[in-house]
Design a protein around this ligand. Structure first.
Ligand code: F1P
Length: 358
């Protein structure tokens, strides 16, 4: 067995990536039957606008949750980094609207997130809902209500299953709020359907990273997948200390494509509704010499012809229910690219598990 495989076996991060379906199953089932679900629905019944807040991965989760909230409930929803709430609150808190805030933090201790929750609640008198994987956290003390998802907690520094699990739980909440029962059932089916593909995805990505070496990574997506592309880019940077960028897929033509060459790895998250236009960009970047990874529900002949590696989710589920699964190939890419560089994805350079400020 080669050294990267040996190290992969002891990588807590890799084990957590591979344990995601189990965490999804447990967390959705306990959230569904928890009294907090009814309490949240009752106390937020009159809210018309939702503001999702977080830092780092939890901010990208806020983005994916906000877009899901809007689609499933029809209500206005936005996502902002906690730092914006602290530095420029007036930009995000229009007077006279009935805003529900949701502050997300795996640790429940990130200073900016906890301070933003306190500011929103105490100074702006806005209702605050915390979402965390940690029991008895400072975030819980700062918020009126808290969703705790302890079965998604991680040993690792880098957030993987906590991201996907918190996203699925927030999407489930949105499905109940929006009266979309079937969508809720789709989320519950995700774990069983996706677990069939996960080990194969991991092997494919391991082989791919062994073969290639890149200077730059790019993650491209449109619509509901934008938050996923941003999180994918962060995973790659954190675990492999590599340069990585994210754009809306069609925006990439407007300048950024100048970096494309054989040392550039471009990952496309292909949506169903934007598939044709996104596939055109994918083919163009292949023509320019880039190495292309496609993540899609089902590949068409254009994707197959122009990609070096294809991850088909193969989920017979609504597109929005596939967001959490779509990020998994990028989690694997970050982990295996880090191992190949001789790094330890469990202990990324310069990072701490929580950013605590004085
Ligand atoms: C947020 C976060 C992580 C990041 C880093 C520091 O943590 O920014 O996304 O990987 O290790 O913390 P949290 O507020 O969700 O606990």
């Amino acid at each position: 067995m080669d050294s990267s495989k040996v190290r992969a076996q002891v990588s807590a991060t890799l084990q957590e990536i591979l344990s995601q379906p189990q965490a999804w199953r447990e967390s959705l089932s306990s959230f569904k039957s928890s009294p907090i679900l009814e309490t949240i629905l009752r106390t937020t019944a009159s809210r018309t606008e939702w503001l999702f807040v977080g830092c780092g991965t939890s901010f990208y989760l806020a983005k994916a949750a906000a877009v899901s909230w809007h689609i499933l409930t029809g209500q206005l929803a936005r996502a902002v980094p906690a730092s914006e709430i602290l530095l420029f609150p007036a930009l995000y808190l229009p007077r006279g609207t009935d805003v529900q805030t949701v502050v997300i933090s795996r640790s429940g201790s990130t200073s900016e997130a906890v301070r933003a929750a306190a500011l929103l609640r105490k100074e702006h008198r806005l209702p605050t809902l915390g979402v965390t994987c940690t029991l008895n956290s400072p975030l819980e003390s700062a918020c009126e209500l808290t969703i705790q998802i302890s079965s998604a907690q991680e040993k690792s520094m880098v957030m993987t299953r906590s991201f996907t699990t918190m996203l699925l739980v927030l999407q489930y909440l949105a499905s109940v709020k929006g009266g979309k029962k079937e969508f809720g059932a789709s989320l519950e089916a995700t774990a069983d359907r996706f677990s069939v593909s996960l080990a194969g995805f991991s092997e494919k990505m391991d082989t791919f990273t062994e073969k290639w070496a890149f200077d730059d990574y790019v993650f491209l997506a449109q619509g509901p997948f934008q938050g996923i592309a941003r999180e994918a880019s962060l995973k790659l940077t954190e675990m492999s200390s590599s340069f990585s960028q994210f754009y809306h897929t069609l925006e990439f033509r407007h300048g950024p494509k100048s970096i494309v060459g054989p040392e550039t790895c471009l990952t496309f998250f292909i949506s169903e509704s934007g598939k044709d236009a996104e596939c055109e960009v994918l083919a163009e970047m292949k023509e320019l010499g880039g190495v292309v990874i496609a993540v899609c529900n089902q590949a068409n002949k254009f994707i197959t012809a122009s990609s070096d590696l294809v991850f088909e989710l193969n989920l017979d589920l609504p597109e929005l229910a596939t967001l959490a699964t779509a990020v998994v190939p990028a989690q694997l890419l970050g982990c295996y690219a880090g191992l190949k560089k001789g790094l330890n994805p469990d202990a990324p350079r310069n990072l701490s598990r929580v950013v605590l400020l004085d």
